[in-house]
Design a protein around this ligand. Sequence first.
Ligand code: SF4
Ligand code: SF4
Length: 395
Amino acid sequence: MQINPDLNFIKYLKGAGGDTLKKCYQCATCSVVCPLSGDNKPFPRKEMIWAQWGLKDKLVADPDVFLCHQCGDCTAYCPRGAKPADVLGAIRAYAYTHYGFPSGLAKLTTSAKNLPLLIGIPAAIILILWYISGGMHLPAGEIDFGHFFGHWDFKYLAKTTMFIDIIMLPTVGLALFSAYKGVSTMWGKMCEGANADPVWRPSCGKFMRDFLWPSVKEIISHDRFNECGANKDRARGHKPLMLAFIGLLIVTTYSFILKDFIGIVVPSLHGPLSLWDPFKILANVSAIALIYGIYILWTNRSNEESESGKKGTFYDWFLIYEIAVVGITGILSELTRLAGLPVLAYFFYFCHLVSIMMLFLYMPYSKFAHLVYRTFAMAFERYRDSGFIAGKSEA
Ligand code: SF4
Ligand code: SF4
């Protein structure tokens, strides 16, 4: 078999944290310790040789690459210091850019030197809209973020609600479309790799019930993380972070329904929620869980770096910084509002909006993307083991 290595891909992996990949001499110790490895699946030893050969098309279509939950056991036991967990992390970073849409935006998120632009794009959009809204001045009375973009005297959709919708709905729409496009392409490549018969496919309901939902349940329970040996602290930080995002999703959905729909006919719902409102309590508890989770992951990564003497990559840190800024600016804007400090409250609220827009806008290309790619890789794992892949209908 003739191998045509993609040298640029190998160079990318080395620069993205996989600089140790050439040290691998295929002893297979990593496959013995990896909980994902089976008798017929020497993972991640096989992926290490593919990476050395620069076989990028095989790697971005390999579900196991996305199933890896970075427990670090393979790296801890590798006798050559080839750090397979780091190499797999670099392959995933490449895959998110490879599948990302639009590709220009995806490439922008790969380098720290683009950070001014990554912050500048959302900041400029929000500043321009803030200026156009006519709300760019300090409040005369009580500080109310519901009037950040000004207010209308008629009762229908609040002006700030409309401007937040103008900013966030297209951003979330782009992120969802990009994730959908990327996952669909990845799924097609995985099916090709597994020789799936295109005739036998599950119905949408069966796919959700038998493949997707069990994967979501497994992610929420963190079963695989709990089996981690070398990197137990990851589960300790990852779980509160995931619960915080679920809590914030519930609050955002509630707020969206309240302000964009019910608020049209009941205008009194547009003010800030009372501190004792159950959804406000959920929002504040989620914010604390977010900061706690990100603190654990931050400390964990810093310790790993000082132990290994190896500096983390921009990809490793970008999401950690993003989430930390979302949590910190959210809490600071709330505290400065309650303390009656309008300049600081508006400043932190502006930073909070920018950080939230960044989180959504760059979600499909940052480490956050693993949320969708890993979920679908887990669904594919079930699909691969089902009768559908073998060409026999289960329906
Ligand atoms: S990565 Fe390390 S443990 Fe795995 S096959 Fe290569 S040398 Fe062996
Ligand atoms: S980090 Fe854990 S799950 Fe990933 S390849 Fe290594 S041992 Fe397997």
